[in-house]
Design a protein. Structure first.
Length: 384
């Protein structure tokens, strides 16, 4: 690679890297972002503050993108908010999780279907509600809780097999239940080790409402005893629990791709190109003496070689006389005697002194002319 292109490619690579870094920093500084009800989201509708609060109160907080029972720890609390319409397999995994001793906090859209499957009763019917609800039962989930406020996003009317713990007039905002594997196991007293906390209005946990009334105390109480691990389900929010590069956030994947591209450009700029090596120096035209000899060789092939030889002799004698300080009328012998002192070879001197131009070798006299012409003054270098 040429020396001129290498700095250019290095500059381009550095520029690309700086642009990518600026993009990532800009993406990280745009302010709150993330989907609603996600523990990663810092928007008013997200629940990142809830996850941070749990961490401050000795709950180990994790995230998962899978609802398979084998991926869920029955000694933990699973938080599932705004799951929407789950398939039968996922609902079955949740029921098995609760029946095996797990604690499930289900809120917002999709919570009614989870209540139906986990309890084995009818699906709770939606009902209008207000923003403020009060405690209806003194249970673990309402410890140090008096009132809870939300956006009034939802409520249930008379849900079966669900013990109301937060109500608004005749509307149930939150309730607790257990899984029923057998038909005779019903109601919150039939605890088989697990527990379902169903919340119709999931906004009571979001970043906007968590600081209001007793929402923070309720958010701490619903996950169970202190120190219990809490796992937020993020599959419904777009997180699939990927491993390796798939677990890297999108902005950082762009950053790594940009820096990798910049490094490749830098390596390309610093590497030697494949092919013939560069010449050590620029190839110059042949020396003037060789050029003159080539001209002389061409002239030697002409018919009037004697006339050319005579012209070269006359010019060479004039140059010798001038450089040797001889008068213009100097004899051929005097000129021939001075010629060796000017660097002419013996055969060139003989060609200079030859009385018959026809016997002169044009290559020899041409070489003598080139030698004298190369060492003469600029004023003497015109055509003869």
């Amino acid at each position: 690679m040429s020396g001129r292109r290498r700095p250019l490619l290095v500059s381009v690579g550095v520029l690309v890297m700086l642009v990518v870094v600026a993009f990532v920093l800009d993406a990280d500084s745009r302010g709150p972002s993330g989907p609603p009800s996600s523990s990663y989201s810092t928007t008013p509708e997200g629940v990142a503050a809830w996850a941070a609060l749990l961490g401050r109160f000795d709950h180990a907080v994790a995230r998962t993108g899978s609802l398979a029972f084998g991926d869920l720890d029955a000694d933990s609390t699973l938080v599932l908010l705004d799951a929407g319409e789950l398939d039968d397999e996922s609902l079955g995994h949740l029921a098995t999780f609760v029946d095996s001793g797990g604690r499930l906090v289900a809120g917002g859209s999709g919570a009614a279907a989870i209540v139906e499957v986990v309890t084995g009763g009818a699906r709770p019917q939606g009902s209008s509600t207000t923003v403020l609800s009060h405690v209806a039962a003194p249970v673990l989930e309402t410890t140090r809780v008096s009132e809870v406020s939300g956006a009034g996003a939802g409520g249930w009317s008379s849900p079966e097999l669900l013990l109301p713990i937060l109500v608004d007039d005749s509307t149930v905002v939150a309730g607790i239940a257990t899984s029923t594997v057998a038909p005779d196991r019903t109601g919150p007293d039939a605890v088989g080790g697990g527990r379902l906390v169903a919340v119709a209005d999931a906004t009571v946990f979001d970043n906007e409402h968590l600081p209001l009334t007793d929402n923070a105390a309720f958010a701490l109480a619903v996950v169970g005893e202190p120190g219990r691990p809490v796992v937020f389900s993020e599959g419904q929010h777009g997180y699939q629990g990927s491993d390796g590069l798939g677990a890297i956030p999108g902005d950082w994947r762009w950053f790594l791709a940009g820096t990798t591209a910049a490094a490749l450009v830098w390596m390309l700029a610093r590497s030697r190109r494949v092919g013939e090596p560069d010449q050590p120096r620029r190839e110059l035209p042949p020396p003037r003496a060789e050029f003159v000899e080539a001209i002389a060789a061409g002239l030697a092939r002409r018919k009037d070689s004697a006339g050319l030889a005579e012209a070269f002799q006359t010019r060479c004698r004039s140059l010798v006389a001038r450089r040797a300080g001889l008068p213009t009328s100097a004899s051929v012998d005097s000129i021939g005697a001075a010629a060796p002192g000017l660097g002419l070879e013996p055969d060139e001197v003989e060609a200079l002194r030859a009385p018959d131009p026809a016997t002169v070798d044009l290559l020899v006299i041409g070489r003598a002319h080139a030698r004298l012409h190369r060492g003469s003054d600029p004023a003497d270098r015109g055509p003869s």
